[in-house]
Design a protein around this ligand. Structure first.
Ligand code: AR6
Length: 182
């Protein structure tokens, strides 16, 4: 299932499916600060990319320290169809009063910024922080669509894909996009 939306001259394509299958310049990983893999989408991306992705992440952390929440870093995609993986760390949701909205916004914004710095034209996002990190899904949907509305027009990205794993999440993202992008 997928549904297409327009943001000025850019396309936002909301898809139900596995992000590791996306044929794009870069897929975004909902990583943790150690960049060494984990569960959820991070685990799936690491399995599909092969062990070199972990080596690249660990090398970066060794040289730069753990990746702070809301920031992003780029590595090759190795065995993935995607040329690059953009790793970002979403916030762990506590009560909404610990800067979570701003940090989630930054995760999307900084991923797009990095994509633009590499002149990428296609990118795929997962629902950052919506699994183990516990972000309330409706709120996360609103933040993610709003930040794309704000930041896609000035980025190099022409087609931005949003991959949702479950049908419920897919429907929530489509409804939210209809409301915000109407
Ligand atoms: N394709 C698309 N979406 C997926 C896939 C997939 N293959 N697999 C899971 N999702 P999560 P977080 C969805 O927990 O909340 C890791 O251990 C999933 O259903 O992967 O940011 C990291 O190492 C959910 O909606 O990421 C961190 O420690 C969404 O992706 C921590 O989890 C995000 O869920 C990050 O937690």
């Amino acid at each position: 299932m997928k549904e297409l939306f327009k943001i000025e001259d850019k396309e936002l394509i909301i898809v139900q499916g596995d992000i590791t299958k996306a044929e794009v310049d870069a897929i975004v990983n909902a990583a943790n600060p150690q960049l060494a893999g984990g569960g959820g989408v991070d685990g799936a991306i690491h399995r599909a990319a092969g062990p070199k992705l972990k080596e690249a992440g660990m090398k970066w952390v060794k040289e730069n320290g753990p990746l702070p929440t809301g920031e992003a870093v780029i590595t090759p995609g190795f065995n993935l169809k995607a040329k690059y993986v953009i790793h970002t760390v979403g916030p762990i949701y506590r009560d909404g009063r610990h800067n979570e909205p701003e940090l989630l916004k930054n995760a999307y914004k900084n991923s797009l910024k990095l994509a633009s710095e590499h002149n990428l034209t296609t990118i795929a996002f997962p629902a950052i922080s919506c699994g183990v990190y516990g972000y309330p899904k409706e709120e996360a949907a609103k933040i993610s669509i709003s930040v794309l509305k704000e930041c896609l027009p000035k980025s190099t990205i022409k087609k931005c894909y949003f991959y949702l794993f479950s049908e419920d999440m897919y429907k929530l993202w489509v409804e939210t996009a209809k409301n915000i992008l109407k």
